[in-house]
Design a protein around this ligand. Structure first.
Ligand code: ADP
Length: 552
């Protein structure tokens, strides 16, 4: 409960709204740009143009009957039109809901129906896939197709179909945005639902606004109107980490790769658009770095800083970026946190030799994100860089509930239980050792799957590695290492085990190994450990067991 002191401030009470970010970006930073990759090269739109088109989109949507609180789904890649929807929909008082195009169809259908999207804006390149889902989307009345497309594929769909450009054409380029309560809903995203149905998180105008300002801070993403940021993190995943809003708050230009995310076209886009900063998950960077190693002429020299988050930044990746003169910055967050929680820049005065150690932590807490560590018996643990506990957080852009689903286990006493396990240093650097469900509980002790993966991936012959806990009669659980090897590699599992031997305690060394063609990924590009565990359970993996037992 907040306390009223009986002595009021003399400050204006201006609500923090997305429309203010839109107006600011379009007016003050009107010349900043969103550059989108297309089949025919780059498409550039200034923030002023995007502001005008956002107003046109809002008029169009209003004429379709979309009003306060109505959900507008998007089924789009990262591009300028998707940014228009990000800005227009909340500004007009409706709620933008980016649908995660990579979810399994039944999960996608669940999220659109659960959110009750009345309209969906669809990229032409995604139309065939969307058309298949449409019959199951019970609340959708209108489909707006962005880009040239044969709309007749939706003829029998029982919804009104519109072309995006026709909807905007000829409409007023300004809009009298409503003055909405800053605590009202502006956007929503669903977590990818590693267990059960996806869970909806509803962001407010206030949470988006505050997150946008904090994200730009020099010790966080350090974004300003002098920057051009490559947004690889999908707009359908945690609002692209809020970056389009930060762009409009600061004037930072954006380079949007649309569907050209494979390493080779992405490298070409970087060479053409020349961003100096970038943000994305490790799997995208792993692909890009592998491509660059084989393509010496690819020019990514414009890049200076790359923010890596969503899963742990492997040391080998950090070094590979370093070797190209690019600083990889590690960030941690989650859908429930808008997503920003920490970002790892070494502190002032840290010796050069200590920099890597700081950079490999998940980072320092961003202002407004409060954290505590809870030990196995429920006690709060000290920030001593040693006590391992589950991390809980709270703050103005952190969810307090899921949309339409109770989860008292996740949210309690005003804190969000993250499901992440780790330590915090006295000066506020978080180091995650695992996700609580991925930690390998072996003989009453914990083995960090993340640590083993980090060491394995550092081996030159290992392309990908994932370690999961599998049932073991004697120890409860033991690690199983699934690895993808470089083509032509001659290495054996014994060699890999020997490679790990001086890096982790002997009893932590995996004895179960399996070679796979690819590590299965979730819809947002993370290793899908659930699937690996299931394949193991169902005997689908060819597992080699080294030694007879572990030596403790
Ligand atoms: P989903 O639950 O849909 O996979 P989220 O992006 O919300 O998507 O996942 C958040 C989780 O991702 C965090 O709780 C954490 O376990 C993991 N994560 C995010 N960033 C990092 C990071 N830098 N290092 C390690 N794990 C991370």
């Amino acid at each position: 409960m907040v306390e009223d002191l009986g002595f009021a401030s003399t400050m204006m009470d201006i609500p923090l709204q997305v429309r203010r970010l839109l107006d600011h970006g379009a007016r003050v930073h009107g010349a900043s740009r969103v550059i989108t990759a297309t089949d025919d090269g780059l498409r550039e739109r200034t923030f002023a143009e995007i502001g005008a088109r956002a107003a046109q989109l809002a008029h169009g949507l209003r004429d379709l009957g979309i009003g306060a609180g109505d959900r507008v789904g998007t089924f789009q890649w990262n591009n300028d039109r998707h940014v228009e929807a990000y800005l227009a929909v909340p500004s007009m008082g409706s709620v933008v809901h980016p649908l995660n195009i990579r979810l399994f169809p039944e999960q996608l259908i669940f999220t659109a129906n659960h959110a009750a999207d009345r309209v969906v804006i669809v990229d032409n390149s995604l139309l065939p896939g969307f058309a298949k889902l449409l019959p199951a989307l019970t609340s959708v009345e209108h489909v707006i197709v962005a880009g040239d497309a044969d709309l007749s594929v939706l003829d029998d769909a029982g919804v009104a179909v519109h072309s995006y450009e026709s909807l905007l054409e000829g409409r007023a380029t300004t809009y009298d945005w409503p003055d909405v309560d800053e605590r009202s809903a502006a956007a929503m995203c669903y977590t990818s639902g590693t267990t059960g149905d996806p869970k909806g998180v509803v962001y407010s105008h206030r949470s988006i606004y505050l997150h946008a300002l904090a994200e730009a801070l020099p010790d966080v993403f350090d974004l300003s109107y002098r920057d051009l940021l490559l947004g690889v993190v999908p707009q359908f995943h945690v609002l692209a980490w809020g970056l389009p809003y930060t762009a409009f708050a600061t004037g930072c230009s954006m380079a949007m790769p649309d569907r050209f995310l494979a390493p080779e076209p992405l490298a070409r886009f970087i060479a053409a658009a020349r961003p100096n900063k970038a943000a994305g998950v490790p799997t995208v960077w792993a692909g890009l770095l592998q491509h660059l190693a084989a393509a010496p002429d690819a020019d990514v020299s414009s890049l200076t800083e790359v923010v890596v988050g969503g899963s742990a930044l492997p040391e080998a990746m950090m070094k590979a970026f370093d070797a190209r003169g690019i600083t990889a910055l590690h960030a941690w967050g989650m859908t429930e946190m808008s997503p920003l929680g920490t970002l790892a820049r070494p502190p002032a005065g840290a010796a050069e030799a200590d920099h890597d150690r700081y950079r490999l932590t998940q980072g320092r807490f961003v202002p407004s994100v409060e954290a505590r560590l809870i030990g196995p018996d429920g006690d709060e643990l000290p920030w001593d860089d040693e006590s391992v506990g589950e991390l809980e957080v709270r703050g103005p852009w952190i969810a307090d509930a899921y949309y339409g689903a109770d989860d008292p286990d996740k949210f309690h006493d005003g804190w969000l239980r993250t499901g992440d396990v780790g330590v915090i240093s006295p000066d506020g650097y978080l180091r995650l050792t695992d996700r609580s469900k991925d930690v390998i509980k072996s003989g009453g002790e914990w083995i960090s799957s993340v640590e083993l993966e980090g060491h394995l991936i550092a081996h030159p012959d290992v392309v990908e590695a994932s370690v999961v806990g599998v049932p073991d009669d004697r120890w409860g659980e033991r690690p199983l290492a699934a690895v993808v090897l470089r083509e032509g590699a001659q290495i054996t599992f014994d060699d890999l085990r020997a490679f790990l031997a001086d890096k982790v305690a002997r009893w932590q060394l995996p004895e179960r190994w399996t070679l796979v063609a690819e590590i299965p990924k979730t819809s947002v590009g993370k290793f899908d450990k659930k699937r690996i565990r299931r394949s193991y359970r169902e005997d689908e993996l060819d597992v080699t067991t080294l030694g007879s037992d572990r030596d403790r």
